[in-house]
Design a protein around this ligand. Structure first.
Ligand SMILES: Nc1ncnc2c1ncn2[C@@H]1O[C@H](COP(=O)(O)OP(=O)(O)O)[C@@H](O)[C@H]1O
Ligand SMILES: [Mg+2]
Length: 314
């Protein structure tokens, strides 16, 4: 069953009276229990898209429709939306150093939502918080409960943020670059924890990342985003083994591979994404694309059969 349906989502920012089109007609869905990865270079609109889903920022102009369990989120009042945030849809953000309130004890931050949404009394919430701390792999939960965020390492803080996000058993978790601020080993542990918790609880996960290499082990389906649009979508196997869009193919070539000698140099994609102050004429990837031909410079290709390309690799 479809849990989240996003249709034609567009997000614009006004900067010095100019319009920046951060997200341009994004459509995708997430099914119950499914992990979908949204992947793309920094600045392609991933965060703007998820912030817009939950109307988390008030500065952008957002159009399109977002349905969660069939209900239109954009038709909801602020109060109704606050019911969805946290309770039905949990969020984990990039930076565990700034996402926690430095002036509140860890435990209080975990029980806040449970008490606010009247899911538990303060006493019940405390028992649940200790259980959650244990569940996310934090030792000595009773001690951690009464500590402030500054006494925890980055990895531990991200574990606390995961505990907060799953406290109310949301049906969907959105994790926006949850490991970017962490080092390699810690980030693998955090992703493994997210994967384990979501599969045990049959929670859907929208995993946002700029790092395609993380996706193969954690996602069921992949959406590749470029310049505010989805340019390729498919199962992990489709995207990794049978990529259609030249951008996806080039991204895959930038990944370190175990089957190649260490001396093999990784070729970065040359050029940079377009600025989005004006609607691109033609395919926004054309200036960087080795397969571009006349039509690519004139008309932007629609997403069809899994890719937005006039000359996909079939
Ligand atoms: N609050 C904002 N005000 C103005 N521009 C913004 C704001 N947030 C994001 N942008 C712009 O929107 C584009 C997409 O940004 P973002 O969604 O943060 O990218 P990503 O998460 O993929 O790195 C960028 O050009 C960024 O500068
Ligand atoms: Mg981002």
């Amino acid at each position: 069953m479809s849990l989240l349906q996003v249709e034609n989502l567009s997000v614009e920012f006004s900067i010095h009276k100019k319009k920046l089109m951060a997200v341009r007609g994004l459509s995708f869905e997430i099914k119950e229990g499914e992990t979908v990865a949204l992947v793309g270079e920094s600045g392609c609109g991933k965060s703007a898209a998820v912030q817009a889903l939950l109307k988390l920022d008030s500065v952008s102009h957002t159009t399109g429709s977002v349905r969660f369990c069939g209900e239109d989120l954009f038709k909801k009042s602020r109060e109704e939306l606050s019911h969805f945030r946290g309770k039905e849809i949990g969020m984990i953000f990039q930076d565990p150093f700034t996402s926690l309130n430095p002036t509140m004890k860890i435990g209080e931050q975990i029980i806040e939502g449970l008490v606010y949404h009247k899911i538990a009394t303060k006493e019940e919430a405390k028992t649940k918080a200790l259980e959650l701390l244990r569940l996310v792999g934090i030792s000595e939960p009773a001690i951690r409960y009464s500590q402030y965020p500054h006494s925890l390492s980055g990895g531990m803080r991200q574990r606390v943020l995961i505990a907060i996000a799953i406290a109310m058993n949301p049906r969907l978790l959105i994790a926006d670059e949850p490991t970017t601020a962490l080092d390699g080993t810690v980030s693998t542990q955090i992703l493994a924890l997210l994967k384990q918790l979501t599969s045990e609880r049959h929670t859907s996960l929208l995993l946002i990342t700029h790092d395609l290499s993380l996706v193969a082990s954690y996602a069921d389906r992949v959406l590749i985003m470029y310049a505010g649009k989805i340019v390729e979508e498919g199962s992990v196997d489709d995207v990794f083994l049978r990529p259609k869009h030249p951008y996806t193919q080039m991204l895959l070539q930038t990944l370190p591979r175990l089957d190649l000698p260490k001396t093999q140099t990784i070729v970065p994609i040359e050029g940079s994404p377009p600025n989005l102050f004006s609607k691109p004429t033609g395919c926004p990837f054309a200036p960087r694309c080795p397969r571009a031909f006349d039509q690519c410079k004139k008309e932007e290709p629609p997403l069809a059969n899994g890719s937005a390309c006039w000359k996909p690799n079939d």
